[in-house]
Design a protein around this ligand. Structure first.
Ligand SMILES: Nc1ncnc2c1ncn2[C@@H]1O[C@H](COP(=O)(O)OP(=O)(O)O)[C@@H](O)[C@H]1O
Ligand SMILES: [Mg+2]
Length: 283
């Protein structure tokens, strides 16, 4: 699957959780771990706040922090190939540039600063929205977890890479995959007399998911794959399922017509409200 696992590290409790997650993941995949910190430029280039030692003191501190993080990763996973890098620039932008199809980029849901009411920090949100490859945003598990990975499935081709990511993670962890395709009745305020054959609708949804998953079942015969097609809002279905899962995987959505890569509304809701780590996987 991926050839490197990169963790974005800022020394915060959130980033420490991300570091643990990333070290475990790299070890399971048998690939190297790279720990990256981005030193942001001085705000507005103003250095008039006389900082003892100047910017150099920050760079030195960051270097020490990275050395300690490397040490922590090696202690967690002896034998893991670990390196670190101190980069300059706007953290969100520089980290996004680190992402790619052959990389899993791991961040904490929260970092050092910011607004305490935010569920996910601005750097993580930006990177998950605009990355060029899979991004995992790690948050603490709440409640009891099963050895299960939840993945959201819709009718679009964008969810194929998400399915691939979920199945590969499940294979590495010996976990079950719960593939959820949630759907809702079309609501037209102006045509309340239109009724639906619910049985037929349910069957057609089940067929759609079964067809989508057939090739993946063949590719991963060792992984138990459960299909679910609840008639609820997809964000609710995935967020509920995340409360007992190890990881929830969603596709991003490319708004091709606008030429911009943004996150679909379900993915965004899951990123902010899930009860476990979230992987956003871009096609
Ligand atoms: N300067 C940085 N260098 C490397 N990683 C960072 C940096 N800033 C944030 N991160 C990553 O992003 C995560 C979330 O931080 P952020 O979005 O900045 O939230 P907050 O607003 O709470 O600070 C962190 O846990 C860390 O993984
Ligand atoms: Mg921050």
């Amino acid at each position: 699957m991926s050839h490197t696992v990169i963790v974005a590290y800022d020394g915060s409790a959130g980033a420490s959780r991300a570091l643990e997650w990333a070290a475990d993941d790299a070890a399971r995949q048998g690939v190297a771990l790279r720990i990256v910190h981005v030193l942001a430029p001085w705000p507005y280039d103003i250095s008039k706040y006389a900082v003892p030692g100047g910017p150099e003191a920050y760079a030195e501190g960051a270097g020490r922090m990275l050395a300690e993080a490397e040490q922590t990763a090696r202690e967690l996973r002896p034998g893991l190939e670990v390196s670190s890098a101190l980069l300059d620039g706007q953290p969100a932008k520089v980290l996004r540039e680190q992402s790619g199809p052959d990389t899993t980029l791991v961040l904490g849901s929260r970092g050092l600063g910011g607004f305490t009411g935010a569920l996910v920090g601005s750097v993580s949100t930006h990177v998950a929205t605009h990355a060029h490859g899979p991004v995992v945003v790690v948050r603490p598990h709440e409640g009891v977890t099963r050895n299960e990975i939840v993945v959201g499935v819709d009718g679009s081709p964008e969810c194929e890479p998400a399915l691939g990511f979920a199945l590969e993670q499940a294979r590495l962890r010996g976990a079950t995959v719960r593939a959820i395709h949630a759907w809702q009745l079309p609501v037209h305020a102006y045509a309340p007399e239109v009724t639906f054959d619910m049985d037929e609708l349910v069957r057609s949804r089940q067929r759609l998911v079964a067809e989508k998953l057939a090739a993946w079942r063949e590719k991963y015969p060792e992984v138990t794959l459960i299909e679910q097609t609840p008639c609820v809002h997809p964000a609710n279905a995935l967020i509920d399922a995340s409360s007992t899962a190890e990881l929830v995987v969603v596709g991003s959505r490319g708004m091709g017509a606008l030429g911009s890569l943004v996150l679909g509304s379900v993915s965004r809701a899951v990123l902010h409200h899930a009860h476990c780590p979230v992987a956003v996987v871009r096609s």
